[in-house]
Design a protein around this ligand. Structure first.
Ligand SMILES: *Cc1c(COP(=O)(O)O)cnc(C)c1O
Length: 401
């Protein structure tokens, strides 16, 4: 184990303070490190491994595609591309898909599509985008520019211009930023990195209405909250609102690096055309074979239905912990995207570290939230095991209320 860690610390650019374990393999909802220690995984590689490790039929699809071809470039058609896009269009009810290799690239594409749409309407180049405070959309310059975290932005200025920030779940704050140059409003349907904040029902509905009236494009970032995690294929489907542009990544490849931005008909008809946008890898046969099989499995095995069934059990068990321990202040979340808010004086990093030692993987979010984003295939017994481990951690760190 030390050998792998030392090697990484010597040669990999130090942009992460990693936990001192080396993960070697996974099976179902468990991970194993190089010492053979097992971990119950309530992080899923940051909400990526929706189907857990080695879900029946998934690896086979990847292996079959490897044996045929992994990459072709976008100069030619390939076999899995159209099917993957058709399935994504079907589950989203949207029109056209552009595949990327990551979430941040999906955001870049969404921004470009929105700007081009506005440009085609008035030929101007001074359009504005409204983004939310405490949002997270990625680390490339465009995505960073709409990420409402000044700490992430500071050293990298000047960023992309024309971005204004408003408070999430505060309609007046958003309204006050709208001008006749506003071309898009971008937000996560459930804020993830910022601390697991679901959108309020009226907030997102009103935003949708304003966008419709003013022909401002609504960009919903479903990179973390999408793909069944909240109990519907996409979180916005529970709100009765429709994005003009949606971004996906994380779970759509279940471990294969792939993202997408998806346009509704209105935007697809009047935005990006040949020459406007491109990618060497994006939409390659390997990534698309993964997306295609993931979506097949979601349908065949009713993964979203399973989330709806299991989520209330998880919520109930977490609420019991919150009721019991003085170091827990509350719970927020939707479906299998849950956050436990730490009370003042309790460091979430200490809880994550102690849980890891007890064989439980969790992730922090914001400054004081313990994030639980397990594979969507967890059963009640896994929730029980998680609670048992977390309870053992909290017993040592907190007092009864
Ligand atoms: C993770 C994430 C991104 C960035 O995705 P990457 O694949 O890391 O570039 C963007 N938006 C949200 C909501 C995310 O959770």
């Amino acid at each position: 184990m030390n050998q792998y860690m030392e090697q990484c610390e010597k040669y990999v650019l130090h942009t992460y303070n990693r936990f001192p374990i080396v993960i070697e393999s996974g099976q179902g909802v468990y991970l194993k490190d190089t010492d053979g220690k097992e971990y119950l995984d309530f992080g899923a590689g940051i909400a990526v491994y929706a189907l857990g490790y080695h879900y029946p039929g998934f690896d086979e699809a990847l292996k079959e595609q490897i044996d045929k071809i992994m990459h072709t470039s976008n100069l030619y058609y390939n076999v899995p591309l159209g099917g993957a896009a058709e399935k994504l269009a079907a589950v989203s009810g949207m029109s056209r898909v552009f595949f990327t290799n990551s979430g941040t690239e999906a955001i870049e594409g969404a921004i470009k599509a929105a700007r081009k749409y506005a440009y085609l309407k008035d030929n101007k180049t001074d359009h504005e985008i409204i983004a939310m405070n405490h949002s997270f959309h990625g680390r490339s310059i465009g995505a960073l520019s709409v990420t409402g975290n000044m700490h992430y932005q500071e050293a990298f200025r000047p960023l992309m211009g024309g971005v204004k920030f408003a408070d999430y779940n505060n309609l007046e704050s958003v309204k006050s930023q709208i001008t006749d140059r506003t071309c898009a409003i971008i937000m996560e349907t459930v804020q993830g990195e910022g601390g697991i904040y679901p959108a309020d029902d009226t907030f997102i509905k009103e935003i949708g209405k304003i966008c419709g009236e003013k022909d401002i494009l609504l960009i919903l970032d479903e990179i973390q909250c999408g793909m069944g995690r909240t109990g519907s294929m996409f979180a916005w489907q529970q709100y009765g609102v429709r994005p003009d542009i949606m971004t996906c990544a994380k779970a759509i490849g279940c471990g294969v690096p792939v993202g997408a931005f998806i346009l509704n008909e209105k935007v697809a008809e009047a935005s990006l055309v040949p020459g406007d946008h491109g990618t060497t890898y994006g939409g390659n046969p390997f990534a698309c074979a993964a997306v295609s099989r993931v979506l097949d499995i979601f349908e065949k095995d009713q993964i979203v239905e399973h989330v709806k069934q299991i989520a209330p059990y998880l919520e109930r068990k977490l609420d019991e912990l919150v009721e019991r321990y003085d170091c827990l202040a509350g719970r927020r979340g939707k479906g299998l995207m849950q956050g436990i808010v730490m009370a003042e004086g309790t460091k979430v990093g200490d809880v994550v570290t102690a849980a890891l030692q007890k064989g439980l993987i969790t992730i922090s979010a914001g400054s004081n939230v313990l994030r639980l984003v397990p594979p969507l295939i967890i059963e009640e017994k896994h929730v029980d095991e998680m609670v048992e481990k977390l309870d053992a951690v909290l017993k040592e760190m907190c007092r009864d209320k």
